[in-house]
Design a protein around this ligand. Sequence first.
Ligand code: HMG
Ligand code: MG
Length: 298
Amino acid sequence: GLPARVRIYEVGARDGLQNEKGTVPTEVKAEFVRRLAGAGLPAVEATSFVHPKWVPQLADAEQLFPMVSDLPVELPVLVPNERGLNRALALGARTVALFASATESFARANLNRTVAESLAMFEPVAARAKAEGLRVRAYVSMVFGDPWEGPVAVPQAVDVCRALLGMGADELSLGDTIGVATAGHVAAVLTALKEAGVATGAIGVHFHDTYGQALANTLVALQHGVTTVDASAGGLGGCPYAKSATGNLATEDLVWMLQGLGIETGVDLGRLTATSVWMAEQLGRPSPSRTVRALSHQ
Ligand code: HMG
Ligand code: MG
């Protein structure tokens, strides 16, 4: 059966805004995060403590985080290494997200490391974060396919997932970075993870909607017992280091489907849609989300 409740993990302010060509003012980002929390989202990924030259769009993390850290929701931040963890700890972050890759090509493009070197980089970060009492999320990118390497073998992705859980990560997020996953592939990965002994409660899914498969993939994940689903308000998003990555699954599209299934999320769809319409005005272009368009006549 399907779960009674789903935890939506909102990535618009990070995955969405990291991919914008122009720089969004810090005040606008802070207002976006506040409105997302106000719409009932329980986890709002706020920013990244990465190298500012790698992701200039989020170079204002030090200014932004204190503007939202009073919010009564989980505010995870991305950290790639100890330098990033230090920056996050200095501002009182309580959840950090590591981001690994299932493929060598993307590990090189995104982290300037091999897969093994990047896991070695994460190990002391995870250990210290846990020792400091933080919650640790671990993304795995390119779980299904990679723009340079093509389809990714299931055991290759599972190995990286196991390594991250072995370091003490509380939760995985399975990244379909370029949106090539289809329902059968999602079922195969989730089945393999279960066979490897991974609890479904520790698995989140992170779909990009390039081929319009994100909702179908999500439904399959729910049928496999997954209860954490990443999504981006208004369908913002992509990854600057993965060509052909387009927006994430739109949070509104996800909420529409979950409401139809009678699954609780705590999200107010009207307030969320209004937030995405407002953000679209800030960015100067309409939201790609079908649900946002339908509900707002945008
Ligand atoms: P590197 O060049 O190998 O770094 O980059 P390094 O370790 O050699 O250090 C070089 C310099 O950078 C040093 O300064 C460090 O201090 C500094 P110097 O001593 O030369 O003056 N430095 C930092 N400064 C600030 N904050 C830091 C930091 N780290 C080092 N954290 C690095 C390696 C990991 C830093 C770089 O590759 C990087 O920042 N990558 C981030 C890329 C990124 O953010 N990508 C997008 C997020 S992933 C994604 O979108 C996918 C996801 O959505 C899931 C999915 O869809 O699949 C999560
Ligand atoms: Mg992503």
